[in-house]
Ligand binder design. Structure first.
Ligand SMILES: *[C@@H]1O[C@H](CO)[C@@H](O)[C@H](O)[C@H]1NC(C)=O
Ligand SMILES: *[C@@H]1O[C@H](CO)[C@@H](O)[C@H](O)[C@H]1NC(C)=O
Ligand SMILES: *[C@@H]1O[C@H](CO)[C@@H](O)[C@H](O)[C@H]1NC(C)=O
Ligand SMILES: *[C@@H]1O[C@H](CO)[C@@H](O)[C@H](O)[C@H]1NC(C)=O
Ligand SMILES: *[C@@H]1O[C@H](CO)[C@@H](O)[C@H](O)[C@H]1NC(C)=O
Ligand SMILES: *[C@@H]1O[C@H](CO)[C@@H](O)[C@H](O)[C@H]1NC(C)=O
Ligand SMILES: *[C@@H]1O[C@H](CO)[C@@H](O)[C@H](O)[C@H]1NC(C)=O
Ligand SMILES: *[C@@H]1O[C@H](CO)[C@@H](O)[C@H](O)[C@H]1NC(C)=O
Ligand SMILES: *[C@@H]1O[C@H](CO)[C@@H](O)[C@H](O)[C@H]1NC(C)=O
Ligand SMILES: *[C@@H]1O[C@H](CO)[C@@H](O)[C@H](O)[C@H]1NC(C)=O
Length: 561
């Protein structure tokens, strides 16, 4: 065996010994929680009579813990006399009770057997329990988008790792908005920082929790919440499209809302660019009018402000103007007597209050328009009729209108006229002892006073109907109806001839009368022709006259029959 081979063998043996030594105890590090018992088992078989020596090395000093003698008695080292140390006589395993932090270190065992000596060691770490996991914020309150929130989760315990949870999902660094940085593991205590840049209102409602954990234990913090103030985002106003004109003193309101604002927004109102002194989300028409606004068509807006975020958002503009309704319409026209063809009339119409924007005139249900006699004033508030006619009689209505109301008033025009020319109605001929009715109804306003005359003699009848119950021959004659209008002062008359007869010949048909008339004309024509012929030939006057009279008589005779 050469030198090289010997070296190789020694190296092999060294490796073997190292490996064998290592396999005597379980692989480390062994973690034990502070206060608990530590038991280290030997993984090789211990034979009766073997000596087991346990030592502890904290990196500075080496101390004997205990030695198990062949007679199975245990000799506890001076430093461990009060520590409740024991060595199992059968397996040689070591138990140290109620571990302290200083018990962390290297534990080694030496097993002296009859044939060989084996050694092993293991690192034991005494872990501080995980406790007091809490999340703290660097800010007491945060502003959405503006604030960078740093949450620190701290905990006692050894070799801790941290995880953050949002509701049920883990929070991971995205390298931009969210970053998580942990302190390096240490024997006691640790922390993790979650940084949220430009915090959002939804970020922290999770709830957010933090869990600290080591190989033995874990603990979770109480849920964390932090108020993130936000908004207002959008501001609404209602009604968004009111009518252009709002009735003065009505219960009209504008209402502003900023639902997404924390804390709730406060409101400011504007008339165009001018601030209206009002508070709250409701602006009443009363407030608008009390401050003298509303007279013109204008924009109304509200601004919602958040005292924490210092953001202010304006609502859309709402446009309208306030208008006083027309309270009442008053019409006035001539009160005296009006005479057709002579009087003129001025009818005017006014509102007792309210701003009238439109006036229209209606006569007996039909819109009235200007003509040669009828004229409106430039504002249409009055109507002038230069010379009244009977057609102007009627009911005149004026309608006053503005955007929020309409009122009307009426005037009755009474124009006096007449009596106008008329005819007496009634029969020309009646049979004796029959009833005769003559009617005279002249168009006249006011109704005419009527008087009747027979052959120029006044009769005692004042009505427009003259009744003779039993006509006598002496009732024949010329009847005159005289109509007098006491207002116009005009008198109109009409006459009617009545003859009372013994017998009335039944009237001929129109055709028969026409035939007779034509026959007469033909006969008269023939007579005239004969007359002129005779005069040419024999100028004898009497005979001609006789011929004519003969003809006329014939005709007359024919008519009577
Ligand atoms: C630790 O060991 C002691 C003594 O053997 C025993 O009384 C105690 O219950 C053990 N503690 C634990 C946590 O096992
Ligand atoms: C938590 O979850 C909500 C939605 O579930 C999300 O909007 C929010 O950004 C999350 N917060 C963080 C810090 O990841
Ligand atoms: C967190 O929420 C609880 C319960 O909802 C509440 O009592 C507490 O005041 C809140 N804390 C913060 C900082 O908002
Ligand atoms: C306007 O607001 C007043 C007072 O807030 C209220 O009494 C009234 O009913 C409101 N009117 C309308 C139309 O909402
Ligand atoms: C938030 O940021 C905006 C823009 O940077 C700024 O105008 C505003 O005043 C900030 N808000 C607060 C409350 O600081
Ligand atoms: C008509 O008017 C004129 C002048 O205004 C007056 O003199 C006359 O008496 C009037 N006629 C009637 C019938 O009233
Ligand atoms: C009609 O009457 C109104 C009101 O009294 C007056 O203003 C107007 O001038 C009159 N018009 C005429 C033509 O007299
Ligand atoms: C009435 O309306 C007209 C036109 O809109 C306006 O010029 C006038 O000032 C108003 N008058 C009153 C009393 O409001
Ligand atoms: C016209 O008639 C009325 C009643 O029908 C009468 O009161 C009045 O005196 C009469 N007038 C004249 C002028 O006769
Ligand atoms: C009226 O006059 C007519 C003819 O002139 C005559 O026939 C009649 O008898 C007179 N009547 C009276 C009542 O005088």
């Amino acid at each position: 065996m050469d030198l090289l081979s010997l070296n190789s063998l020694l190296f092999f043996l060294f490796l073997l010994g190292f490996c064998a030594g290592n396999s005597v105890l379980p692989p480390g590090p062994m973690d034990v929680v502070l206060g608990k018992n530590l038991t280290i088992k030997i993984t090789v078989t211990k034979n009766p009579g073997d000596i087991v020596i346990w030592n502890f090395n904290d990196g500075k000093n080496q101390n004997n813990i205990a030695t198990l003698r062949p007679d199975n008695t245990v000799n506890v080292g001076d430093a461990y006399k009060t520590r409740g140390v024991s060595v199992d006589p059968n397996t040689g395993s070591l138990t140290v009770t109620s571990l302290k932090k200083e018990d962390s270190g290297d534990y080694s065992v030496t097993l002296l057997q009859s044939a060989a000596t084996v050694t092993g060691d293991v690192l034991v770490r005494v872990l501080v329990p995980v406790s007091n996991v809490v999340i703290k914020s660097d800010l007491f309150e945060a502003i959405e988008y503006n604030s960078t929130v740093v949450l620190t989760c701290s905990s006692s315990g050894s070799y801790l790792t941290f995880t953050w949870t949002n509701g049920t999902t883990p929070i991971v660094s995205d390298g931009k908005r969210l970053t998580v940085v942990d302190t390096p593991p240490s024997t006691d205590g640790g922390s993790s920082k979650l940084t949220i840049t430009g915090v959002l209102r939804s970020d922290l409602v999770g709830p957010i929790t933090c869990t600290a954990k080591n190989t033995m234990e874990q603990a979770t913090s109480p849920p964390f919440n932090l108020t993130v103030y936000y908004g207002p985002d959008d501001v609404t106003i209602s009604p968004l499209k009111p009518s252009d004109y709002i009735t003065s003193s009505s219960d009209f309101n504008l209402t502003c809302a900023a639902p997404s604002s924390s804390p709730p927004a406060t409101f400011t109102w504007y008339h165009n660019k001018d601030e209206i002194k009002a508070s709250g989300p409701v602006l009443t028409l009363k407030t608008i009018e009390a401050q003298g606004f509303g007279k013109n068509y204008a924009d109304y807006t509200c601004r919602a402000q958040n005292a924490k975020t210092l953001r202010a958002v304006a609502s859309p503009a709402v446009r309208f103007s306030v208008m006083e309704p027309i309270s009442d319409a008053k019409i006035s026209g001539p009160t005296g007597i009006l005479i057709a063809g002579n009087s003129s009339a001025n009818v005017s119409c006014q509102a007792t209050s309210g701003n009238v924007t439109q006036i229209s005139w209606i006569k007996d249900g039909t819109p009235l328009s200007e003509n040669s006699r009828i004229m409106f004033s430039s504002d249409k508030s009055s109507l002038f009729i230069s010379v009244l006619q009977k057609e102007d009689n009627g009911n005149y209505v004026c309608k006053l209108r503005n955007s929020v109301s309409e009122k009307e008033a009426s005037y009755k025009m009474a124009v006096s006229f007449g009596p106008e020319p008329f005819k007496v109605e009634g029969k020309d001929e009646v049979k004796i002892s029959t009833e005769v009715v003559l009617i005279c109804s002249p168009p006249s306003t006011p109704p005419a006073n009527i008087t009747w005359k027979l052959n120029g003699t006044l009769l005692n009848v004042k009505t427009n109907k003259l009744v003779i119950e039993n006509a006598l021959y002496k009732d024949s004659g010329t009847y005159t109806c005289e109509a007098f209008n006491p207002v116009t002062g005009k008198t109109t008359t009409s006459t009617h001839t009545l003859s009372v007869k013994e017998e009335i010949i039944e009237g001929l048909s129109d055709g028969a009368i026409a035939g007779i008339v034509i026959a007469c004309l033909v006969a008269v024509g023939a007579c005239l022709a004969l007359f002129f012929y005779c005069r040419q030939k024999v100028p004898v006057r009497p005979s001609a006259k006789q011929a004519i009279s003969c003809c006329v008589t014939w005709c007359h005779h024919e008519e009577i029959i």
